[in-house]
Design a protein around this ligand. Sequence first.
Ligand code: COA
Ligand code: AMP
Length: 635
Amino acid sequence: MTGPYDEAFTRSINDPEGFWGDVAEDIDWIKKWDKVLDDSNKPFYRWFTGGVVNTCYNALDRHVEAGHGDRLALIYDSPVTGNTVRKYTYQELRDEVARFAGVLAAQGVAKGDRVIVYMPMVAEAAIAMLACARIGAVHSVVFGGFAANELAVRINDAKPKVIVSASCGIEGAKVIDYKPLLDGAIALSEFKPNKAIILQRPQAPCELKPGFDIDWREAMASAQPVDCVPVAATDPLYILYTSGTTGEPKGVVRDNGGHLVALNWTMKNIYNMEPGDVFWAASDVGWVVGHSYIVYAPLFHGCTTIFYEGKPVGTPDAGAFWRVIADHGVKALFTAPTAFRAIKREDPDAKLMANYDLSKFEALFLAGERTDPATLEWAQNALKRPVIDHWWQTETGWAIAANCMGLEPLPVKPGSPTKPAPGWNVHVLDENSEGIPRGDIGAICVKLPLPPGSLPTLWNNDERYINSYLAEFPGYYATADAGYMDEEGYVYIMARTDDVINVAGHRLSTGGMEEVLSHHPDVAECAVFGVADSFKGQLPVGFLVLKAGVSKPNEEIVKDVVQMVRQQIGAVAAFKTATVVDRLPKTRSGKILRGTIQKIADNEAWKMPATIDDPAFLDEISEALEGIGYAMARQ
Ligand code: COA
Ligand code: AMP
């Protein structure tokens, strides 16, 4: 017997043009597409070719024109600025966005130009993003926790005409000056933007450079609102950089048409939201979750979205999430499991929940890392509502596997994000690209074409797109996650197969950290790997091999490299532990055995690799790990 989920899934795979063509009717098109799925240039599939659309129009104007101008579009809630709450109706948000689009246009920003947005969690970040979409400019939001060097790398790649930023961000009790980071990045980058538009915040105003920096409010006061510019469905809406195997981030591109169609569909079918409902993604605009579910999808669907500038704990306490849910009548919350582990650590019996009215709250969605069964169980017991793990990536833009709550809720299996969402033809493959039996672990891949909303390519780098995702398993997109599917088709995500780690739901590259470490004058060789952490999921740990004759004490060198990662990548890397070793375990061909080191550190079963150069290496590594508090168990 098949239910609505099976029907939708089967149709989406067997008849993708029919399925997505129907779904696309929910979007307001300036001109409808000529072809739903254009496969004329494989492996570059394009959705809705020939279609003309505007993303901002679908997020804002169409709701105003349909008579919903007074409905709340966005609520900014900021416990870190004296409990500021600011509410924007659809009409107000549309007007602000149109005006800021005028500010950008006055600086010569036009269709196709790039704009970097480097901002904290303030409503103006959404206004800047939507204003870009309004005029067909391509935004690239850079997470505020990244340091100047990371921002510089993105400036060089995206080549923005303008950067939009703020004087400061507020991280719990800390005020972080953004301006020195921004100025530092522009000084470091080869490409120079024409102008920076700065939102001055009273917590730490900054000095503006005459002729280069523009004050947000002053520019808004004299700006003329501008209308939506028609763009091709296949034109880029944004670039979002994400960690890859090296320190060079990948510029994930999102198009306009496919993104609109897919995200709008997910709001009802995955999250069970109706227009007018309040949706809250407690993430950051710098991550894909922030793009898709703080800004775009809730607005496409006519919902109210929450912009929360705070933390799950400490702003002021572990009841913060319940307070926001109660104050704004949130129906669904989306966050990372680590946020719930933070709450559980401080309020193990969820006692603070009793102080709040959660009657409108229906479901919790978790992603960004695997939801461990203990966290799932705790959240289920505390909330007494469905807790839904779903699996996705920056590249995919929305869930690859999910329990589609608006389509047909399926039984939850702890440790699994349920089944592939419609559109995602998930297979588990061996190294010869052959399917493997259910229950066996392999590479999780998605048969091409990927559904609308997923990345069409990497910014200015088709070759890297192919090499990173499509080359290893011909005809498939390699997710770089390993795992299995059970007999019922539930997916289980077990580990990354590359050098990416996941720290507090933040995706980071160990290769990028190694690049920083290797620049220390005393370091000859190094390895960074992720070790399991009961709070943040994983934490990076570094091993350093020093050059001969180094006289500086080891502890000082460790302090140096910790500081270097903080300065060059950012505090968000949470790189705090490193140790000096005599040598690194390698294969005979010279490859560092990071996976084995990680297993030893995590006290997991491991086998002596057949290709190891010298088995004694591993005893040394075990000792080094013990020295920094990690146990080992040789088998
Ligand atoms: N700007 C500047 N610095 C930032 C930052 C930002 N936007 N975000 C984080 N940082 C800093 C933190 O202040 C911290 O600095 P510290 O080393 O001086 O203490 C460091 O980066 C590490 O941050 P984080 O890993 O987030 O740890 P935390 O202890 O500050 O907070 C959580 C832990 C669990 C509360 C927090 O990570 C969280 O809420 N995560 C869940 C939601 C989420 O963001 N998910 C992302 C994808 S869905
Ligand atoms: P990001 O691109 O930052 O969203 O990170 C994507 C990666 O995070 C995935 O490739 C997974 O390794 C991991 N991830 C995200 N969501 C989940 C989940 N629900 N279960 C397991 N891993 C997840």
